[in-house]
Design a protein around this ligand. Structure first.
Ligand code: GFB
Length: 314
C-alpha cells in the first residue's frame, strides 16, 4: 500500500475496524473508504456488488463480523454462523470479481481445536474438535480462511487471513451479556467501586488461561502483513504469553482501584481451558506486539470512563 492507495476498511466502527482506521489515518493514508452498516449491509450481495463496482477499492481489510464473548456465542449460534458466512461470501466474491489487489480477512484464535497442544501453531487447524461454545463462529471463520485459499489457488487472488488472539482496547463492547472478559471485568469492577458493592462476580472457575492483545497492536500487525505477507496459510497474531482469568481479575481490580472481594459463578461456562497462540511465524516476518497488558488495561479503562454517557453513574 502507498499513501494514496484506495483502502476499504469493512467494519470501521467495531473494535478491530476502528483501530485499523485509526492506524491508517495516523500513518497518512489519504484515500480511505468506510461505510456504516446502515449505509451498506454486507449481507446483501447486490448492495456489496454495487458498492465495489462504484468505488473499486484496491485494498480491503475485512474486519466486519458478528462477534461476541462466550455467552453470546453460546446463545446465538445461528447469528454467529450465518452472518459471518454471509459477509465473507459476499465480500470475497466481489473483491475477486472487481480485481481488488489484496484483501486481509480477520479471523480468531477460536478456530483451533479445543485440546490443541499449546502454544497453537497455524498448522494445528482442523486437527481436532472445536470448543462447543464458539464452534459456529469458528466454523464460519475457518470457512473464510478456506475461501481465501480457494480464491488464491483457483484465481490467483492475493487474499490473506490473520488470526488474532483475544483482543481488547478502545472501542470495545462493554455490554455485560455480549462482551468479552476483559471489558466486562473493567465495567464490573468500576460499577462495584462506584456502588460500594462488597464483591464482584467473575464467570466460571477463574482457572482458564487467555492471551490478550491490544487492538492497536493488532492494527499495526494488519498494516504490516498487508504489506509484507502474501501466503495461503493463516498468520497468528498475539503477544506470546497468557494468564489465568483469576489473575486477570486481580489485575483489573487493581487498575480500577476496587477493594472488595471476587466471587466465581461456576454456572457460567469456562470455555476452552487455554488458547495461547504460537507467534513465531509472525516474529520471523519481523513483527512483535509492544503494548504491555497492564498499560493497555489502564488506557482502556481511561477510554471507558471518557466514553460513558454523562450521568451513567461512576
Ligand atoms: O472472553 P470470553 O467471553 O471468551 O471468556 P472466550 C473468556 C473467559 O473469561 C471464559 C471468563 O472462561 C469466561 O467464563 N469470564 C469471567 C468472563 N468473567 C467473565 C465475564 O464477565 N464476561 C465474559 N465474557 N467472560 C471467545 C469466543 O471465547 O473468544 C469468541 O467465544 C472469540 O468467538 C473470542 O473467539 C476471541 O475467550 O472464552
Amino acid at each position: 500500500m502507498n499513501p494514496d492507495s484506495k483502502v476499504y476498511v469493512a467494519g470501521h466502527r467495531g473494535l478491530v475496524g476502528s483501530a485499523i482506521l485509526r492506524r491508517l489515518e495516523g500513518e497518512g493514508y489519504g484515500n480511505l473508504l468506510t461505510r456504516t452498516r446502515a449505509e451498506l449491509d454486507l449481507m446483501d450481495a447486490r448492495a456489496v456488488e454495487e458498492f465495489f463496482a462504484a468505488e473499486t477499492p484496491e485494498y480491503v481489510f475485512l474486519a466486519a463480523a458478528k462477534v461476541g464473548g462466550i455467552l453470546a456465542n453460546d446463545t446465538y449460534p445461528v447469528d454467529f454462523l450465518r452472518d459471518n458466512l454471509s459477509i465473507q461470501l459476499n465480500v470475497l466474491d466481489v473483491a475477486h470479481r472487481h480485481s481488488v489487489k489484496k484483501l486481509l480477512l480477520l479471523g480468531s484464535s477460536c478456530i483451533y481445536p479445543k485440546f490443541s497442544p499449546q502454544p497453537m501453531k497455524e498448522e494445528y487447524l482442523l486437527t481436532g474438535e472445536l470448543e462447543p461454545t464458539n464452534e459456529p463462529y469458528a466454523i464460519a471463520k475457518i470457512a473464510g480462511i478456506k475461501l481465501c485459499q480457494a480464491y488464491r489457488k483457483q484465481h490467483g487472488a492475493d487474499f490473506i487471513s490473520v488470526m488474532p488472539t483475544n483482543l481488547y482496547g478502545p472501542g470495545d463492547n462493554f455490554d455485560l451479556q455480549s462482551s468479552h472478559v476483559l471489558p466486562a471485568l473493567i465495567r464490573k469492577f468500576h460499577e462495584a467501586k462506584e456502588r460500594g458493592d462488597p464483591s464482584v462476580t467473575v464467570w466460571g472457575t477463574g482457572t482458564p488461561r487467555r492471551e490478550f492483545l491490544h487492538v492497536d497492536d493488532l492494527a499495526c500487525a494488519c498494516e504490516f502483513l498487508m504489506d509484507n505477507y502474501s501466503g495461503g496459510r493463516p498468520i497468528n497474531v498475539g503477544v506470546g504469553k497468557d494468564l489465568g482469568i483469576g489473575e486477570l481479575a486481580a489485575l483489573v481490580r487493581e487498575v480500577v482501584g476496587y477493594e472488595g472481594k471476587i466471587s466465581y459463578d461456576t454456572s457460567k461456562p469456562d470455555g476452552t481451558s487455554r488458547k495461547l497462540l504460537d507467534v513465531s511465524r509472525l516474529s520471523e516476518l519481523g513483527w512483535r506486539a509492544r503494548i504491555p497488558l497492564r498499560e493497555g488495561i489502564e488506557q482502556t479503562y481511561a477510554w471507558f470512563l471518557e466514553s460513558r454517557p454523562v450521568g451513567a453513574g461512576g
